[in-house]
Design a protein around this ligand. Sequence first.
Ligand code: DAH
Length: 327
Amino acid sequence: MLAMLDTLQEDAISELGSVDSINGLELWRVAYLGSKGRLKSAMPLMKDVSKEEKPAVGKRLNQVKHALENAFDTRKQELAGSASARAPMDVTEPGNDVALGRRHIITNTIDGITEVFSRMGFSIAYGPEVEDEYHNFNALNIPDDHPARDPIDNFFMGGDRMLRSQTSTVQIRVMESTPPPIKIIAVGRVYRPDTHDATHFSMFHQCEGLLVAPKVSMVDLKTTLFQFAKSYFGEEAEVRFRPSFFPFTEPSAEVDMKMKIKGKWQWVEIGGCGLVDPNVFEQLGYDNDKWQGYAFGLGIERVAMLKYGIQDIRWLFENDARFLRQF
Ligand code: DAH
């Protein structure tokens, strides 16, 4: 038996030396190491070996097996490295997939919202995220002693600089630089030092709207938001105003939209709005007898979370690809 194993190993190694292709290597593997190969066929012969010899023969059997497996691996690597063993290149094979990534759900929501307002004739305006207190407050008719200016609710940066807490700042910047009529939306980040929880984050996005024209009423405002709701959330969507107060609009209202959440229609607050307060126009030198305006501000995260049924605002900003991939 020992002699037979020696022969088997010699045969195998010498034959392996002349194998020169991956196919040949596979045939060799089947012949020697396969389930019907020579090594497996030698196993049953163990039962004829005397009891004293059994340990030695068993050990040799294992040695041969390992020697063949190692030789196989080595030859396989050699062949993989040599060009002759490689299959000819097939130029018609599909290429490797490249992971393209995708746009963030907030980016998509912003694009969806801007697209609807663009179709309604609004242009896009931008303003800085690092603002001064004048544009964030005073020009918006928010006096020095107003609670919205509490340091606890704002990121003040020294001097009169701060991270803007609302995109309403862009209303002022546009009116400063552009003569009326005006019809813009401004989308961007705003910052408030809120403790993070399921519905609060220290950075979020708003979509601001401003229209300035000779004659503007709450009806124009409601119609615009109503059209937006139908385009963005679907034909069945509705809009409701609830009386409210903002220093820069008079009258002011909270905006609710009726939308489908998990198959059920519900009223959800998504922003504020109103007619531009005459004090705001006056500060900017706009003639209150000639111009009227409406303004609105919508929460982008709110819209995205409602549209996609997301329960926790923090998930949007954790950059966990497993979550973001879903949208
Ligand atoms: N800036 C307000 C906020 O962040 C939202 C808002 C209310 C914007 C009324 C407006 C408006 O343009 O007219 O809470």
